[in-house]
Design a protein around this ligand. Structure first.
Ligand code: GDP
Length: 205
């Protein structure tokens, strides 16, 4: 997919206030500093569509970007646990779970993980949560330029081995680097193919 246009539309703290139309959307999420803003800028060929961590004023908002006037790229804030009082249960922040549970237009999520790190409990738990909620997701490994090709292969394999302890099937995954512009076509082509499938299904129904 070629990016013809990418524009910021709206920021919200509540899912009820997100754009009210039926365009498909794809949500990008991960721990803070994983490289999400840089990835969004790289994917959309824009220098500063999404705010990178170096800039102040980063808030806990759901950000909608309209791409090619046909689908939304949704930038979600970094996730963390919200402790529930009187219980040791850990939950993700409510507006994030609200988004995933209520947003009908959501087609698929991309969970970003730094390729250098071993699987982190919070990322694995978030994927588990998505799986249990029936939300399709892919993994995007970020900052691949920080490793040599052989190390990339090993880290991805180790990550997949851990996933296979709990998952029967591996999700799609993408290896990316925003600084070296690696992975743009793979991610965008995946989104394009998914959008085409949805259009075909809509035409058949
Ligand atoms: P966010 O908090 O997830 O939105 O992360 P940012 O996009 O703001 O990036 C966090 C830090 O990682 C910044 O210092 C970026 O320059 C750096 N970073 C992001 N992507 C890459 C990448 O692909 N390669 C390298 N080497 N650094 C990156």
């Amino acid at each position: 997919m070629k990016i013809k246009s990418a524009e910021f539309k709206v920021s919200n703290s509540e899912v009820a206030k997100c754009p009210n139309n039926d365009l498909s959307e794809y949500a990008f999420i991960g721990r803070s500093n994983v490289g999400k803003s840089s990835l969004i800028n790289m994917l959309t060929d824009k220098k500063s569509l999404a705010k990178t961590s170096g800039r102040p004023g980063k808030t806990q908002l759901i950000n909608h970007f309209l791409i090619n006037e046909s689908w939304y790229l949704v930038d979600l804030p970094g996730y963390g646990y919200a402790r529930v009082s009187k219980s040791s249960k850990r939950k993700f922040q409510a507006f994030i779970t609200d988004y995933f549970e209520k947003r009908q237009q959501l087609v698929s999520a991309f969970v970003l993980v730094d390729i250098r790190h071993k699987p982190q409990p919070i990322d694995l738990e978030f994927m588990q949560y998505l799986g249990e909620s029936g939300i399709p997701f892919s993994i995007i490994f970020t900052k691949a330029d920080k490793l040599k090709p052989k190390a990339i292969e090993n880290h991805v394999k180790d990550y997949c081995d851990v996933l296979l302890n709990t998952w029967e099937e591996l999700p799609h995954y993408f290896v990316t680097s925003s600084s070296k512009k690696i992975g743009q076509d793979a991610v965008l082509d995946f989104i394009e193919a998914t959008n085409d499938e949805i259009d075909t299904l809509k035409q058949q129904s």
